[in-house]
Design a protein around this ligand. Structure first.
Ligand SMILES: Cc1cc2nc3c(=O)[nH]c(=O)nc-3n(C[C@H](O)[C@H](O)[C@H](O)COP(=O)(O)OP(=O)(O)OC[C@H]3O[C@@H](n4cnc5c(N)ncnc54)[C@H](O)[C@@H]3O)c2cc1C
Length: 461
């Protein structure tokens, strides 16, 4: 019998496993895939590592948002490299480029040179990013807030231009999500000098050293209820893991599907959860260039061919904007662009490697358009390409079992915070949720959410 059975070895599951095993609890993490890590996984092609859902993080310096959380998880000593403080993100809109400088005041001052008429509002903006409390802004529209603060639509585009890391939707995005996904990166931005799997290896190594277990190839199919509590997780191999507490790092609708009949979970709750939409997915192009062909740059390039960043995000039929992320030493660039599941849903019934020629053709068109966007900032890129690897939301869905291949999970909604910004504690008393669907997404958000989940488990001991 385990103290805690954790389902899913994404960052959410591993962070919970680490925290609870460190506290002396007997923990097992069950992962359906052959490889642990969920979105932190990297894959190997011809001896090169490619990252999937981990490119950069914010707030690692002492006193900043992620520092203590990563220190507790023993992740601070990994080879983190600071992105250029003089411009860690560069946002290009219709050919004009704007720099994000590190540090709240420097950030505001620098953009005040481009937008002198908005200087005061820019300082108010960074003050809000710095000071907003833990749950502030859950029922406030980020779009309305920005429009009440600023008058220049181009500045709103610039401030939202790095938001491929969240889903810009006027009718749903809470200020809470906007602030928590922007602020830490302005404090300081970092990438790993190596694959994201370094984080996975470190977390798993520690969990095992504390006596915990991480088991791959164990796909949970049922949570068995007894006396109105979860008694065990049963996997597709027929293995049964009994526990006192259960934490799911999977999508909440998937988690509910594992509980067959329960007086504790009302049908209306299941239906409501199932009706919450998921955020967009990502189309990614990983490009390998000829050796030394790329200029070295230590920042991310966000590129939009035209303005109205929010409007474009809401219905990205084709690549509207893209982020270019690179490791200067590696002759590799990742290009990411948001895309809706609907664009890919006609191949829903297919599996990896068996989706047919028309799917390959659409991926080819997306890749070409992403590379064309990238080429506006890296002239000659297309003539320097040696190989490309692409992925769509279907790829994501099939590896991580994320419904609709959503990049950031359930869509958070300022008009419906109760159903979209969830409590980790479920109505079945010993079942908890963690991961990006629950409170916040992204590496910082998921790590903080894991902390909330663990606090609730510990309070229930
Ligand atoms: C393309 C892309 C790029 C990104 N880049 C960044 C970035 O640069 N910085 C950043 O901060 N964030 C980034 N993110 C977001 C970040 O990766 C995620 O928010 C975070 O990793 C999600 O972690 P998680 O633990 O919630 O979920 P996941 O990583 O999805 O983990 C869930 C795990 O549960 C497992 N599972 C599901 N069902 C079962 C089952 N039945 N039994 C057992 N196991 C199961 C899955 O296989 C998976 O391993 C990116 C996301 C995408 C899509």
């Amino acid at each position: 019998m385990y103290d805690v059975v954790i389902i899913g070895s994404g960052l959410g599951g591993l962070a919970c496993g680490h925290t609870l095993a460190r506290k002396g609890l007997k923990v097992v993490v069950l992962e359906r895939q052959g490889q642990p890590g969920g979105s932190l996984q990297s894959y190997l092609r011809k001896g090169r590592h490619f990252d999937t859902g981990m490119h950069y993080v914010g707030g690692l310096d002492e006193g900043q948002a992620l520092h203590n959380l990563f220190a507790d998880l023993n992740l601070l000593s990994l080879p983190w490299k600071r992105l250029d403080p003089e411009g860690f993100d560069k946002v290009t809109i219709e050919g004009s480029t704007f720099l994000y400088k590190e540090g709240f005041e420097r950030f505001a001052e620098n953009l005040s040179h481009d937008f002198p008429h908005e200087r005061e509002a820019l300082h108010t903006y960074v003050r809000a990013l710095r000071e907003m409390g833990e749950r502030d802004g859950v029922n406030i529209s980020a779009w309305t807030w920005l429009n009440e603060l600023f008058h220049d639509p181009l500045l709103i585009d610039v401030l939202s231009g790095t938001c491929l890391k969240m889903e810009l939707r006027r009718d749903t995005l809470p200020l809470f999500s906007f602030v928590h996904n922007q602020g830490p990166f302005i404090e300081s931005s970092w990438r790993l000098d190596g694959p994201g799997s370094l984080m996975v290896d470190r977390l798993i190594g520690d969990i095992r050293s504390y006596g915990g277990e991480v088991l791959c190839g164990e796909e949970v199919e049922e949570l068995v209820e007894r006396d109105e509590l979860i008694a065990a997780a049963r996997t597709s191999l027929g293995n049964v893991y009994e526990g006192r507490f259960f934490i799911s790092d999977a999508h909440p609708v998937t988690t509910l599907s594992w509980i067959k009949e329960s007086r504790k979970i009302k049908g209306v709750f299941r239906r409501r959860m199932a009706s919450v939409p998921n955020s967009f997915g990502m189309f990614t192009v990983s490009v390998v260039t000829k050796k030394g062909a790329l200029p070295a740059f230590n920042h991310n390039k966000y590129i939009y061919a035209r303005g109205d960043v929010w409007g474009q995000h809401e219905c990205p039929q084709r690549p509207v904007g893209a982020v270019l992320v690179t490791n200067p030493a590696s002759d590799q660039i990742d290009i990411l662009t948001p895309t809706l599941f609907g664009t890919w849903s006609r191949w829903s019934d297919t599996s990896v490697g068996r989706r047919g020629e028309d799917y390959k053709a659409l991926k080819g068109v997306f890749a070409e358009e992403c590379i064309a966007l990238a080429e506006t900032q890296l002239p000659g890129l297309s003539s320097q390409i040696e190989e490309i690897y692409t992925s769509s939301p279907l790829t994501w869905r099939d590896y991580n079992k994320t419904p609709e291949g959503s990049a950031y999970g359930m869509r958070k909604d300022w008009q419906n915070p109760l159903m979209t910004i969830l409590s980790p504690k479920m109505s079945v008393g010993n079942l908890f949720l963690t991961g990006q669907n629950v409170v916040l997404h992204g590496l910082m958000g998921v790590t903080r959410t894991a902390q909330f989940t663990c606090e609730q488990v510990i309070n229930s001991l």
